[in-house]
Design a binder for this molecule. Structure first.
Ligand SMILES: Nc1ncnc2c1ncn2[C@@H]1O[C@H](COP(=O)(O)OP(=O)(O)OP(=O)(O)O)[C@@H](O)[C@H]1O
Ligand SMILES: [Mg+2]
Length: 245
């Protein structure tokens, strides 16, 4: 806990955590079977840190990110975002939360195939009711920053995997979210493209002070994070970075 002076010069406690997830439970029901994916997962995320999440395929990493980002609700547990429990909020709040506080880079891009890179990147700003000219300028700026100056008008089908992933990252950063959740952002890239993508995320994290959670199968990428946790048996456990290098 740090202390800052407010306007009345009395100390006010500030919370260094952007997000705290407490005792998350999430399961899927298929016919009569229940698959428990999260069973008591806890996480404390400090503002500005970069956390890597590793874990075997099918263990529930994407599910965890969806729950943390308010895309899906846990059956039990709390997610405190700056102290507010997002799990107790209605869908209108969650929609705004996802649009303005969270940037999501999905495991399979989720770009809209009929729209150009520029239009895809503009969407979060348009949803946030930024006017079209401004949204276009912002999207252009960020696409240039991710190295796609010459691909603004290409549609996803006309982009390479790495370029599509850069568009997804540009889109995720559009509203300068407090939290970036990236699900295997380098999954189908070669080492060079993957390194430069992580450097880009690091640069944006540094520039905008964003908190970043990256799910990855790559030990190399996990080792570049400030901290690493493994999802195992529905719970998150800390992993010594030395153990994965
Ligand atoms: N909507 C759903 N309905 C039923 N089961 C689901 C659903 N989504 C995921 N699952 C199951 O839940 C488990 C966790 O899935 P999830 O996608 O979170 O795993 P993951 O750790 O991200 O895997 P990967 O590393 O392969 O991406 C898997 O066994 C999957 O089959
Ligand atoms: Mg996944």
């Amino acid at each position: 806990m740090g202390y800052v002076m407010n306007s009345f010069n009395s100390p006010k406690i500030t919370d260094p955590y952007l997000l705290k997830a407490i005792d998350l439970h999430k399961s899927y029901k298929i016919f009569s079977q229940t698959l428990h994916v999260l069973s008591g997962a806890n996480l404390e995320l400090k503002t500005g840190e970069m956390l890597g999440i590793i874990g075997a395929s099918g263990v529930g990493k994407s599910t965890l990110l969806h729950v943390l980002g308010g895309l899906d609700r846990p059956e039990k547990g709390e997610i405190l975002f700056r102290g507010d429990n997002i799990c107790s909020k209605g869908s209108a709040y969650l929609e705004k939360f996802r649009n303005q506080k969270v940037g999501f880079v999905f495991q399979f891009f989720n770009l809209l195939s009929d729209f150009s890179a520029l239009e895809n990147a503009m969407f979060p700003a348009l949803i946030a009711r930024v006017n079209k000219i401004e949204a276009r300028e912002q999207a252009e700026q960020i696409l240039i920053q991710v190295g796609l100056k010459d691909r603004l008008h290409h549609k996803p089908g006309e982009l390479s995997g790495g370029e599509s992933q850069r568009v997804a990252i540009a889109r995720a950063f559009m509203n300068k979210p407090d939290l970036l959740l990236a699900d295997e952002p380098t999954g189908n890239l070669d080492q060079k493209a993957s390194d430069s993508l992580i450097e880009l995320i690091q640069l944006l994290n540094h520039k905008f002070q964003q908190t970043v959670v990256i799910v990855t199968h790559s030990q190399r990428i996990a080792s570049k994070m400030n901290r690493v946790m493994e999802l195992v048996g529905g719970e998150l456990i800390s992993v010594e970075k030395r153990a994965i290098i």
